[in-house]
Ligand binder design. Structure first.
Ligand SMILES: Cc1cc2nc3c(=O)[nH]c(=O)nc-3n(C[C@H](O)[C@H](O)[C@H](O)COP(=O)(O)OP(=O)(O)OC[C@H]3O[C@@H](n4cnc5c(N)ncnc54)[C@H](O)[C@@H]3O)c2cc1C
Length: 430
């Protein structure tokens, strides 16, 4: 496979790239994915946000709020049915590979859940990982907040004081405790990922099960950092739940993103069953285009530059953080095809004084049509076989809206599907 030309070449290994690869490979395409790094999944909390806010106002029922988004928002370009189908595809794929996610239901309607973070804040999200019990989060009266000796950035007393600021969480009864460190006395600060990796292996996970045993039966809800493994292993989470005899919810943590790594693990497992290959530490530096098609990408890997040809190309290269967008004073550019992104010359207009305000840089990105092909100023597709997905797209601000992995999954799915359709129209997969 490596020596043969791919049907679809995907650039980027975040949620958008992995979903695009899955959608195309499931249609029978030979898919090659190359990426410079792991993408934001490696730092994300691992719940899938669909839509948490519109114009600063919180959203409880995201599907009903979709029509309030601007016409060029990626969800509006795709249409509600496609977004629903894409997220169903994501859920089914994850469930088949060890990671069934759920959505809360209130009064017969699917809704957002406000999940606690290890900073003691609550954030709205849509797809919940195994073990994240929305009912328990809403109704629990006796709550134990646990951390681990030496674990950095997770202080139960701070979490409790912050949670009490929320009306629904104010009247609850709280305790807090520390589990002993499995590393013993050490000067090194421990991350949640260090602990989660211990829980990946049966021979090193007993410290967690033993440590939790003494709290069994005493609480309605246990809140802990994400320690129960870095892989998509819902069975182990169930074992932990049984041990404590009450819902145990892992709080969303700050990076490293144990939750995001579990999603990545399940998606890669799914891809390994398909006609798929990956090249890591590889950076696409330039595109070779002729007329309205792309012929190849020039890729730098291991100190060498090589051309990678394909019949269709999907760019899921992320935003400013991922490397898909390059900024310099007064200019913004897409990194591989070199498309200019219109911005005001005056960089003071790119951001706002208010930290959670409407920052222009948060919405910068490539303009696409409903097939995810980049368009010129007149709305015409620039190239027939080039598709963009995820945070490289403009027209939305994932941080302000809380829509990050939802947009990445939905637009990645669409880009993969459209690339596969093009391949089929041109005579089917090679
Ligand atoms: C700290 C943090 C926590 C978050 N938590 C959540 C959460 O819990 N839930 C949620 O829904 N959203 C969350 N988000 C938002 C969400 O993670 C992102 O919106 C989403 O992951 C973007 O995915 P993407 O695939 O578009 O881009 P990215 O994940 O950024 O991936 C870009 C990929 O492209 C590669 N790349 C870039 N340029 C090139 C190139 N030239 N050649 C080769 N490869 C290239 C990168 O190496 C990377 O693999 C979080 C974001 C952050 C920053």
């Amino acid at each position: 496979m490596n020596n043969k030309m791919a049907d679809v070449l995907v650039v980027g290994a975040g949620m958008a790239g992995l979903m695009a690869a899955l959608a195309a490979a499931q249609q029978g395409c030979r898919v090659k994915l190359l990426a410079a790094g792991m993408g934001a999944l490696a730092i994300s909390g691992g719940t899938v946000d669909l839509l948490g806010y519109v114009d600063g106002a919180s959203v409880d029922a995201p599907w009903q709020a979709l029509p309030r988004l601007p016409a060029k928002h990626p969800y509006r370009l795709l249409g509600e049915n496609n977004v629903r189908t894409a997220l169903t595809f994501l859920r089914k794929t994850l469930a088949e590979h060890g990671w069934p996610m759920t959505t809360a239901v209130a009064q017969g309607q699917e809704c957002n859940t406000y999940v606690p973070t290890i900073m003691g804040t609550l954030r709205p999200t849509w797809l919940l990982p195994p073990g994240m019990d929305a009912q328990a989060l809403q109704n629990a009266r006796r709550v134990l907040v646990l951390s681990v000796e030496g674990l950095r950035d997770c202080r139960p007393s701070l979490i409790i004081s912050q949670l009490k600021r929320y009306k629904d969480w104010n009247q609850r009864q709280y305790d807090h405790a520390l589990l002993p460190s499995p590393f013993g006395a050490t000067h090194r600060s421990i991350s949640a990922l260090d602990l989660a990796r211990l829980a990946d292996r049966p021979q090193t996970r007993t410290w967690l099960l033993d440590g939790l045993e003494k709290y069994a039966g005493a609480y309605d809800l246990l809140l802990i950092p994400p320690l129960c493994g870095s892989r998509a292993d819902a069975d182990f989470l169930q074992t932990v739940q049984r041990k404590v005899g009450c819902p145990l919810v892992e709080m969303c943590s700050i990076p490293p993103g144990v939750g995001g790594l579990r999603l990545r693990d399940a998606l890669l497992r799914a891809l390994k069953k398909l006609d798929f290959s990956a090249l890591e530490n590889a950076t696409a530096v330039r595109a070779e285009v002729a007329d309205d098609c792309c012929a190849a990408l020039e890729v730098s890997a291991a100190g060498q530059k090589r051309q990678h040809k394909a019949r269709a190309f999907i760019l899921a290269t992320g935003g400013i953080l991922g490397g898909g967008l390059t900024l310099e004073p007064g200019k913004a550019r897409e990194s591989v095809f070199g498309m200019d992104i219109p911005v005001p010359q005056d960089v003071a207009l790119w951001s706002e004084g208010e930290i959670f305000g409407k920052h222009l840089f948060g919405q910068l990105g490539v303009s696409v049509d409903s097939h995810m092909r980049p368009v010129d100023d007149s709305g015409k597709a620039r190239w027939q076989n080039v598709f963009f997905a995820g945070r490289s797209l403009g027209g939305y601000d994932y941080a302000a809206e809380k829509s990050g992995l939802g947009v990445a999954a939905a637009t990645g799915w669409q880009a993969g599907r459209m690339a596969a359709l093009l391949t089929a129209e041109n005579g089917g997969p090679e």
